[in-house]
Ligand binder design. Structure first.
Ligand code: NAD
Ligand code: DAU
Length: 342
C-alpha cells in the first residue's frame, strides 16, 4: 500500500505511522503535515531516512500543494490532520474551520478527482455531543456537537458523507473516543496530569471532575484504523472506543497512585464553558463486522504512558519551549525542497 497520511507528525498520526510500518514493513507513506504547534518531528525521527517514508510540510487546504503530492500514484488516504484542542477552539475557532472544514473539503475534492480508491476520515465521538447517564451513541445517533471543535469535526463528517452519497466517493469515517499514550502534546488531560505529577505541580481538574470519557490506548485506535482501512465498507461510519467511560477524577487518582504522589495535588479549577458531561460509544459494529477489540487495559495503558513520559523529559521540554518550531523553520522552509524528494 502507498498511503497519504495527513497530520502524521501529531499524536495519533505519528503513532499510526509507527504502527503501520511495523505491521506492513513494505508500505510506503507520504505524510503531509503543516507542522503546527501540535506537531513534533521528534515523534518521527526514527523514520527520517527510512526508504518509503517522506514528509511534506504543507497545509491540506492548499489545493496546489495537494495536486503536486497526488502526482505520485496513491492507494489510500488516511486523514488525521486537524486542529484538535477543545479549549483552543473556545478561545478562537478560525484555524479549526480552516483546517477541519476547508482542509477536509480540499482533500476530499482532490482525492475524488484523482480517483483515490480508499479514503479514511478520522473523526471523533465528540460529534455526538454529551450523553445522559447509561446512554451510548451508535453510528446512527444524532450529531449534536457542542464545542466549536466538535462542530468543525461534525462539518467534516457531513462533507465526507455527502461525497459518498453524491459521487459514490469511497470514503469511510471512524469516530473514536479519547486517546492517551506516548507522544501526546501535554496540553491534553492525561499528559498534562502526568507531566504535572512528575514535576510535583498542582493538577487542574475542571469543575467537579465527574465528566466521563471513554479512554482508549492510542495503539488500539491505530489497529482499528488499519482494520477499517483494510475491510471497512465504503460510505459507512465505525465507532471506536474502549467501552468503559470513567470520570476524570478517577483517571487523576489512578495516575497519582502510579506515580506515588499525594491527592493533595488535586486542584478543582473553573470549568470549561459548555463542558460536555459524558461521552460513551456503542462499538458493536466494528467488533462484530471487523473483529476488532481493544487489547490494552486502562491500568496497563496508563502505567505505560507514565513510564514513557518519565523516560522522555527532553521530548516534553521540546514541546514547551517552541524550540521545535525553530527547527522546522530551519529544515522545512522550502515546500519545494520537500516535494522534490517524493
Ligand atoms: P494533534 O493535534 O496531536 O495533531 C494534529 C496534526 O495535524 C499535527 O501534526 C498538525 O501539525 C497537523 N495539522 C494541523 N492543521 C493542519 C493543516 N491545515 N494541514 C496539514 N496538517 C495539519 O491531533 P491528534 O490528537 O493526533 O488527532 C488526530 C485526529 O484524530 C484528529 O482528526 C482528531 O480530531 C482525531 N481524534 C483525536 C482524538 C484524541 O483523543 N486525541 C480522539 C478521536 C479522534
Ligand atoms: O473524545 C475525543 C476527543 O478527546 C478528541 O476529539 C479531541 O481532539 C481531544 O482533544 C479530546 O477532547 P477532550 O476535550 O475530551 O480532551 P481534553 O484532554 O482536553 O480533556 C479531557 C477531559 O479532561 C475533559 O473532560 C476536560 C478535562 N480537563 C482537561 C484539561 C486540559 C481537565 O479537567 N483539566 C485540564 O487541564
Amino acid at each position: 500500500m502507498k498511503l497519504l497520511v495527513t497530520g502524521g507528525a501529531g499524536f495519533i498520526g505519528s503513532n499510526f505511522i509507527r504502527y503501520y510500518f511495523k505491521a506492513h514493513p513494505d508500505a510506503q507513506i507520504i505524510n503531509v503535515d503543516k507542522l503546527t504547534y501540535a506537531a513534533n518531528l521528534n515523534n518521527l525521527s526514527e523514520f527520517e531516512s527510512r526508504p518509503g517514508y517522506r514528509l511534506v510540510r504543507g497545509d491540506i487546504a492548499d489545493a496546489r500543494l495537494l495536486e503536486d503530492v497526488f502526482d505520485t500514484p496513491l492507494d489510500a488516504v488516511v486523514h488525521f490532520a486537524a486542529e484538535t484542542h477543545v479549549d483552543r477552539s473556545i478561545a478562537n475557532a478560525r484555524d479549526f474551520i480552516h483546517t477541519n472544514v476547508l482542509g477536509t473539503y480540499t482533500l476530499l475534492d482532490i482525492s475524488r478527482k484523482k480517483r483515490i480508491g480508499r479514503f479514511l476520515h478520522v473523526s471523533t465521538d465528540e460529534v455526538y455531543g454529551s450523553l445522559a447517564p447509561g446512554d451510548s451513541a451508535d453510528e446512527q445517533s444524532s450529531i449534536q456537537p457542542n464545542s466549536p471543535y466538535a462542530a468543525s469535526k461534525a462539518a467534516s463528517d457531513m462533507l465526507v458523507r455527502s461525497f459518498w452519497h453524491t459521487y459514490r466517493f469511497p470514503a469511510v469515517t471512524t469516530r473514536c473516543s479519547n486517546n492517551y499514550g506516548p507522544y501526546q502534546f501535554p496540553e491534553k488531560f492525561v499528559p498534562l496530569m502526568i507531566t504535572h505529577l512528575l514535576e510535583g505541580k498542582k493538577l487542574p481538574v475542571y469543575g467537579d471532575g465527574l465528566h466521563e470519557r471513554d479512554w482508549i490506548f492510542v495503539e488500539d485506535h491505530c489497529r482499528a484504523i488499519d482494520r477499517v482501512l483494510e475491510a471497512g465498507r465504503a460510505g459507512e461510519v465505525y465507532n471506536i472506543g474502549f467501552g468503559h467511560p470513567v470520570p476524570n477524577l478517577e483517571i487523576v487518582r489512578r495516575l497519582i497512585r502510579i506515580v506515588g504522589a499525594s491527592e493533595d495535588l488535586i486542584d478543582h479549577v473553573a470549568d470549561r464553558p459548555g463542558h460536555d458531561r459524558r461521552y460513551a460509544l456503542c462499538t458493536t459494529k466494528i467488533r462484530r463486522e471487523l473483529g476488532w477489540e481493544p487489547r490494552v487495559g486502562l491500568q496497563q495503558g496508563l502505567a505505560a504512558t507514565v513510564e514513557w513520559y518519565r523516560a522522555n523529559p527532553a521530548w516534553v521540554a521540546s514541546t514547551r519551549s517552541g524550540e521545535y518550531l525553530a527547527y522546522y523553520e530551519k529544515f522545512y522552509s522550502h515546500r519545494d525542497a520537500s516535494l522534490a524528494q517524493l
